[in-house]
Design a protein around this ligand. Structure first.
Ligand code: SF4
Ligand code: F3S
Ligand code: FES
Length: 235
């Protein structure tokens, strides 16, 4: 490998079998001009310390598994070029979730909240062709929120979630929005009931951290306000 230069990679480490609390490990890692943070983490693991632990799968911004706190902001390691960060790269796990090991967090609570909003189509059988027709305008109503990859960058950047971990969080609301405003769905009222409780949409303080963190560019705060409005205006 013809290495162009190096970066200082600071990784937050934590091994529950050895450590009482997290600590930092700094490595000088060779990098190529087009490297992403995921490439640097992978190289650090291959060259220096095979015990460095992190999640990744697709490496192309699709699976959502490598969201991390990188230089102070939640981002996907596979979507962030090293040249965007300078000579020091600091990598820590997503804030506000229990650490399993190093950069891996426990996502069970996150996915439990996701499931709590019934993120699937509920619709009666249709006669004839079996197709559920939808106009382009009806489809467009929830197009933005179909883009979510469940990376958790939004929820774990939200001060309301940090303060009150029972808050269902922006990711779950985004995925509720995707079905609440789907003209084919028949279960919007149940989702609005779920999101109107004390840990639902009212905990949002329109801080916008979630929008800044979202690697899919979803206008999360707008989606939350649309769900809040649907709750407020229903009969
Ligand atoms: Fe990730 Fe964006 Fe989905 Fe939140 S809304 S989980 S930041 S893709
Ligand atoms: Fe949190 Fe986003 Fe609302 S950061 S407070 S969910 S606008
Ligand atoms: Fe799949 Fe980054 S590894 S989104």
């Amino acid at each position: 490998m013809a290495t162009a230069t190096t970066v200082e990679l600071k990784i937050q480490r934590f091994d529950p079998e050895r450590d009482n609390e997290p600590h930092w490990q700094t490595l000088t890692v060779p990098v190529e001009p087009m490297d992403r943070v995921l490439d640097v983490l992978t190289r650090a693991k291959e060259l220096f310390d095979g015990s460095i632990t992190f999640r990744r799968s697709c490496a192309h911004g699709v699976c959502g598994s490598d969201a991390l706190l990188i230089n102070g902001r939640n981002r996907l390691a596979c979507k962030l070029r090293v040249e965007q960060l300078g000579k020091t790269i600091t990598v820590a796990p997503l804030p506000g979730l229990p650490i399993v090991k190093d950069l891996v967090v426990d996502m069970d609570g996150f996915f439990e909240k996701y499931r709590s909003v019934q993120p699937y189509l509920v619709a009666s059988p249709v006669e004839g062709s079996g197709e559920r027709l939808q106009s382009a305008e009806q489809r467009d109503r929830f197009d933005d929120t179909t883009k979510c990859i469940l990376c958790a960058a939004c929820t774990t950047s939200c001060p309301s979630f940090w303060a009150e971990p029972e808050y269902v969080g922006p990711a779950a609301i985004v995925n509720a929005h995707r079905f609440i405003f789907d003209s084919r769905d028949e279960n919007a009222e149940a989702r609005l009931d779920i999101l109107s409780d004390e840990d639902g949409v009212w905990r949002c303080r329109t801080t916008f951290n979630c929008v800044e963190a979202c690697p899919r560019g979803i206008n999360i705060t707008k989606a939350i306000l649309e769900v809040s409005s649907a709750i407020s205006t229903r009969e």
